[in-house]
Design a protein around this ligand. Structure first.
Ligand code: KG4
Ligand code: ZN
Length: 365
């Protein structure tokens, strides 16, 4: 086994085309040597959501440029790589296929081993890349298409403790932005508005808090928001800047409170399986939200748990997380052949029954 592993990673499962190089010397912390992300927000902005066909074409156009830039930024060539890792699902199938085809082309022409990576595993293992946390840990994965609490025991060993039964929180942020005429992606724009607003003026529901488990629901929030918006418009003829900020603040407070309370319960469920001082990590695009991060920090401090979340740029979609998850799989002896398939659905915990409606609506993972 080589002492130092250098892995090229590719990501194209939603609306970010990304390539990165990650290196780990034996006994040392992994390093991100380069991470290139080409976003597609402008291409989709006129449509109010990600258009799969446009996304797939843009990935196909940009992937090789991304790889070239990632290698150049790392000051390396394909000859310096030990393997090529690629997101093989879940996600928009055309995009995932673009990445898998590109990685297969690289593997076939260079002889490099090919490693298929689950995009969600990429998010879930990121705190090991950025913060060096050890197994096991409790992961809150919150993104545009997913929301789940996972007990992470190894690179391919995940148990789901609970998750959303309908929308993912990122989807709720994006819909809120759309309903209020704010730019996409909704998360950062709703957060910016919320910072100027009064979270107490509008009272949003806190769904499923009457149940003892750590399942969540976010679809009712957008209906509540739509009703409140329509009521203000009916009464005053339109929304003022302050109305919009107060709606965002009320919405965000509901998401924060719900995630905080369900995290308390998830810690209890985790401790029942893994006694001792727990480490809790958050990842995925929504973990970039500063109010959510602050609330999770407080909950963990109260529960005597260590809390960690990757830096913002590695919370949202990127290829460093794919290269790193590939590196862990590679070290564990995993190799894929040129028959690697792109999978639109690929749950991390294969044994856990699907929650009603979970992950069906979100294009993102
Ligand atoms: O992980 P990600 O980049 O893509 C996948 O879903 O896989 O997450 C994107 C999601 C979007 O829904 C976006 O609105 C949300 O993360 N997001 C945020 C913030 N930044 C990104 N949500 C809340 N607050 C933020 N600051
Ligand atoms: Zn993602």
């Amino acid at each position: 086994m080589t002492k130092t592993l250098t892995i090229l990673g590719l990501e194209s499962s939603c609306d970010d085309t990304a390539a990165a190089v990650v290196r780990q010397a034996e006994g040392a912390r992994p390093e991100v040597l380069s991470s290139i992300v080409f976003g597609q927000t402008e291409l989709h902005s006129a449509f109010g959501g990600v258009v799969p066909e446009i996304a797939a074409r843009a990935h196909a156009e940009k992937l090789d440029i991304c790889v070239r830039d990632a290698l150049a930024e790392a000051g390396l060539t394909l000859k310096d790589m030990n393997a090529v890792a690629v997101t093989a699902g879940p996600g928009l199938i055309g995009g995932v296929m673009s990445g898998v085809m590109c990685a297969k082309g690289i593997a076939a022409s260079t002889g490099l081993p090919l490693i298929g990576v689950n995009h969600l595993a990429g998010h879930a293992l990121t705190p090991r890349l950025t913060n060096g946390i050890a197994y096991p840990y409790l992961m809150l994965l919150v993104s545009g298409g997913h929301c789940q609490y996972l007990l992470v025991r190894g690179p391919e060993d995940f148990s789901r403790l609970g998750g959303t039964i309908d929308d993912a929180p990122g989807e709720a942020f994006d819909k809120t932005a759309r309903l209020l005429g704010l730019p996409q992606p909704g998360g950062p724009s709703v957060q910016a508005e919320a910072e100027q607003g009064d979270p107490k003026r509008f009272r949003f529901p806190r769904p499923l808090l009457d149940r003892p488990d750590c399942n969540l629901s976010f679809s009712g929030l957008k209906t509540a928001l739509m009703r409140m918006r329509d009521q203000i418009v009916a009464e005053k003829g339109g929304l003022t800047r302050q109305d919009r900020a107060d709606l965002c603040a009320g919405f965000q407070a509901a998401v924060v409170d719900t995630l905080a309370e369900k995290t308390r319960r998830a810690i209890r469920l985790y401790l029942a399986e893994q006694p001792g001082q727990p480490t809790v990590a958050a990842a995925g695009g929504v973990a970039a939200n500063t109010a959510i991060r602050a609330a999770l920090e407080t909950v963990c401090a109260e529960a005597g748990a260590a809390f960690t979340a990757p830096p913002l740029r590695l919370c949202t979609d990127n290829a460093a997380m794919i290269a790193y998850a590939g590196l862990e799989r590679f070290k564990a002896g995993a190799r894929d052949g040129l028959d690697l398939t792109a999978r639109p659905r690929w749950p991390l915990d294969q044994s856990s029954p699907a929650l009603i409606g979970s992950g069906r609506k979100g294009a993102k993972a």
